[in-house]
Design a binder for this molecule. Structure first.
Ligand SMILES: NC(=O)c1ccc[n+]([C@@H]2O[C@H](COP(=O)([O-])OP(=O)(O)OC[C@H]3O[C@@H](n4cnc5c(N)ncnc54)[C@H](OP(=O)(O)O)[C@@H]3O)[C@@H](O)[C@H]2O)c1
Length: 292
């Protein structure tokens, strides 16, 4: 049976994980829903013939969950070659994470920010290694609202998503600088517009006419989940990218970010703010930019 004929793996992250498993990698599925991930892992093992697929609990909306996942990984794994920051939430209502952060910024940026920082020693030990962060073209409308980062006074689901995806781009830019000469690269990407569950919060807010219109549009223009996994796979394993870092990709090629994605001052400021928000600063776990 072709690997992707199973309904259990027809989610983009499973296709992504499955492709790495097929190439012989050991893959850790870091998911909040263990039952769903467990079923996908079973299917991937069966279809690929590679049993090296592990499921671990990770809820990016909880700093404690991120910390306990990272602890487990650093205690049990001897190496980490590729970290893919893929999880995301889009245009949800005004929700908060367990730690009181606005949900989209908290999950899409802060959760991945803390996770990456906590796994950096293992990634460095495993160098050459890669960090791949899934952003979005939506970053082009993004602005980092430094005065009200949780958008407490002006919450808008679209604005929040755009801010979080710009944060992915700026995070990657600053991270790549900090990781210069370590053998660990950091890149980010837009995966394309894909038919996935990412519209789960947006869809109920659409009018019936928009929902009807969406059917032909999605059939004609959206990528399949398999196509939508390609740029992530490219950034994760392509030999062409061995020493390439700090860039933004789309359709398996380097693309320019929006101007605000190249704002080094904003990238630095966001990094410092994120450190404070997740509590890294107070623990002396700060990562410094090397002297050039
Ligand atoms: N689809 C597109 O057109 C598109 C376009 C541009 C960028 N992207 C980006 O692509 C990435 C993946 O999205 P997708 O399109 O594949 O959507 P998806 O099918 O909804 O996948 C998102 C994944 O993120 C997980 N997730 C959400 N909140 C989480 C949390 N608190 N902790 C841990 N995991 C969490 C979800 O877990 P559950 O399964 O438990 O809900 C789900 O597995 C996102 O970063 C998104 O911004 C997507």
């Amino acid at each position: 049976m072709p690997l992707w004929d199973s309904a259990e793996i027809l989610q983009r992250q499973w296709v992504l994980a499955g492709s790495l498993v097929v190439s012989g990698a050991r893959v850790i599925l870091a998911c909040r829903d263990l039952e769903k991930a467990g079923k996908a892992a079973k299917e991937i093992r069966k279809a690929s013939g590679n049993g090296n697929v592990v499921v671990q609990k990770l809820d990016l909306a909880s700093l404690q969950s991120v910390r306990s996942f990272a602890n487990k990984i650093t205690e049990t794994e001897t190496r980490l070659d590729i970290l893919i920051n893929n999880a995301g939430i889009m245009r949800c209502p005004k929700w908060k994470t367990e730690d009181g952060f606005e949900m989209q910024f908290g999950v899409n940026h802060l959760g991945h920010f803390l996770l990456t920082n906590l796994l950096l020693d293992l990634l460095k030990k495993s160098a050459p290694s890669r960090i791949v962060t899934v952003s979005s073209l939506a970053h082009i409308r993004g602005k980092i609202n430094f005065d009200d980062i949780n958008l407490d006074n002006c919450y808008d689901p679209a604005v929040s998503y755009e801010q979080s995806k710009l944060a992915n781009v700026l995070f990657t830019r600053e991270l790549a600088k900090k990781l210069k000469d370590t053998g660990v690269t950091a890149n980010c990407l837009h995966p394309g517009v894909i038919q996935t569950e990412i519209i789960r919060h947006l869809y109920p807010t659409l009018s019936i006419w928009l929902k009807i219109l969406l059917v032909p549009i999605s059939i004609l223009t959206f990528k399949s989940v398999q196509q939508g996994a390609q740029t992530s796979i490219y950034c994760a394993v392509s030999e062409e990218l061995d020493n390439v870092s700090g860039l933004y990709f789309s359709d398996c090629a380097v693309k320019a970010t929006a101007p605000q994605g190249r704002d080094d001052d904003a990238a630095k400021r966001l990094w410092e703010l994120s450190e404070k928000m997740v509590g890294l600063e107070s623990e002396g776990q700060r990562l410094h930019v090397p002297e050039s």
